[in-house]
Ligand binder design. Structure first.
Ligand SMILES: Cc1cc2nc3c(=O)[nH]c(=O)nc-3n(C[C@H](O)[C@H](O)[C@H](O)COP(=O)(O)OP(=O)(O)OC[C@H]3O[C@@H](n4cnc5c(N)ncnc54)[C@H](O)[C@@H]3O)c2cc1C
Length: 434
């Protein structure tokens, strides 16, 4: 019998398995899919940025950035990762924030100052000089292209702030595989094509999981790392009703267009959080730019009941909304004639912060609610969950005295109480910004 069953072989399940196994817990990972990282992780834009609306959000992202930069070391490989097969890579492009009217810049920059994340402020002329291929007009509020106001403006010029250390990981599924391979080297067992259909309970405690083929895998600890399917598993465990914060799947699209000269990868391009026009974009090594959404008021949220029923194909409507907005900002963009990109699903909480916590069922833990913004934190989340599980299983009362996780690369600690299932009234951006 393993010490722990982790449900989900995405980037979170893989990281949790690695750190549990390192901490001495024998771990089995179960996934209903046929590939590690084949769930929502495979669709991730994998942006690594630091503009979060809470201190724990910034601490987690800043520590994790250092882990992505030292990826081979994080995986326990010799320098360069020789012999372990291909490794995912963090690319440092910087990230420019273009804000909407009324954005609480002071809050965001104050948190960056507090944690020690470098940034540069640009006034409107400075921004135009630094990013000559962008149209830096102020277009806010965002519109859909079928609204005549879409073509209005601009009304003045934008200033902005730039974090030079931001960037993206070039292959999120490979990153999950790297973590899982490292876990397997430590002794983790992975079983794919293994749907969990029930949670076994004895008394007040989890006893294992029930599998679709009718078998049962006993374990004293179970971790829900089921991504957009997390709420279904929480219901099977009977813990959802006891959580102040729950999770819900939200459909999302990401599109691609051709990068113009002067704003491509390695050619002046940067990650752009364009809240003025209502999208974000990422210059990719293959010469494209990827665009995603930021929950602009004009874009209805598409909640779904069953993530398995979401088509992976992008729609013409959302493609036009996101790519045309990007084309206003990046005038040389090569816009394809038909929708290119993909659709997938976020696992969203009401405040867009994740839940890394125990539950009301002893031994049943959750690393869920990643809200479209936690890929970047996966290297730290494994350690956080391993420390949380170690503490709770030794009798520590995490609910009243939250575990703090050592972020050794930046000399800070992370207050896991911020990601409690019991939190109430946390004030955040209420969007994918977190
Ligand atoms: C389009 C998109 C863009 C994103 N962009 C960014 C970004 O730029 N930056 C960032 O930081 N984050 C981003 N995110 C968020 C980030 O990618 C996710 O938070 C992260 O990948 C979630 O990983 P996970 O392991 O929790 O979930 P998943 O990768 O979905 O893994 C969950 C796994 O659980 C398995 N599973 C579920 N239920 C069961 C069951 N009952 N039995 C067995 N197996 C089960 C599934 O098959 C799946 O493989 C984005 C997400 C999406 C969808």
């Amino acid at each position: 019998m393993p010490d722990v069953v982790v449900v989900g072989a995405g980037v979170m399940g893989a990281s949790v398995a690695l750190e549990l196994q390192r901490a001495g817990w024998s771990t089995v990972v179960l996934d209903k899919g046929d590939a590690v990282g084949g769930g929502s992780t495979s669709a991730s834009s994998a942006v690594v940025r630091f503009g979060f609306s809470t201190e724990p959000g910034v601490v987690a992202a800043w520590e994790s950035k250092h882990r992505w930069e030292a990826w081979a070391d994080h995986l326990g490989l010799p320098e360069g990762g020789t012999g372990a097969g291909p490794l995912a890579r963090f690319h440092r492009t910087g990230m420019l924030f273009l804000e909407p009217a009324g954005f609480p810049r002071g809050l965001f920059l104050g948190l960056l100052d507090d944690v020690g994340v470098p940034y540069e402020l640009f006034d409107a002329p400075g921004l135009a000089e630094r990013f000559p291929s962008l149209d830096l007009g102020r277009f806010w509020p965002p519109h859909r292209p079928d609204d005549e106001a879409f073509f209005d403006g601009p009304d003045g010029a934008l200033d902005g702030w730039f974090t030079p250390d931001a960037g993206f990981v070039d292959d999120p599924q490979l990153a999950a595989r790297n973590l899982m391979d490292a876990a397997v080297r430590q002794g983790t067992e992975v079983r794919l094509r293994t749907p969990v259909v029930g949670v076994a309970v004895t008394g007040d405690r989890v006893a294992g999981v029930e599998i679709a083929d009718g078998s049962r895998l006993d374990a004293p600890v179970v971790v829900n790392a089921a991504g957009p399917w997390s709420s279904g598993l929480n219901r099977l465990a009977g813990v959802e009703a006891d959580m102040a914060v729950t999770t819900r799947p939200l459909r999302q699209e990401v599109h691609t267009a051709g990068a113009p000269a002067g704003f491509g990868f390695g050619d002046g391009g940067t990650v752009l959080g364009d809240l003025d026009l209502g999208y974000y974009c990422v210059p990719r090594p293959d010469g494209t730019i990827l665009a995603g959404g930021v929950e602009a008021d004009c874009d209805p949220l598409e909640w779904v009941d069953n993530p398995d029923e979401v088509s992976p194909l992008p729609t013409a409507e959302l493609f036009e909304a996101q790519v045309w907005r990007m084309a206003r900002r990046v005038p040389g963009l090569a816009v394809p004639h038909r929708p290119t990109g993909l659709a997938d699903v976020y696992d969203v909480t009401p405040d867009w912060l994740p839940i890394y916590d125990r539950t009301s069922l002893d031994g049943f833990y959750v690393a869920v609610g990643t809200s479209g913004n936690q890929f970047k934190n996966a290297p730290l989340v494994g350690q956080a969950m391993a420390e949380l599980i170690g503490a709770c299983e030794s009798g520590h009362d995490h609910d009243t005295d939250p575990v703090r996780v050592d972020c050794h690369l930046i000399g800070r600690s992370l207050d896991l109480g911020a990601f409690s299932r019991n939190r109430t009234g946390s004030v955040t951006s209420g969007t994918v910004l977190g």
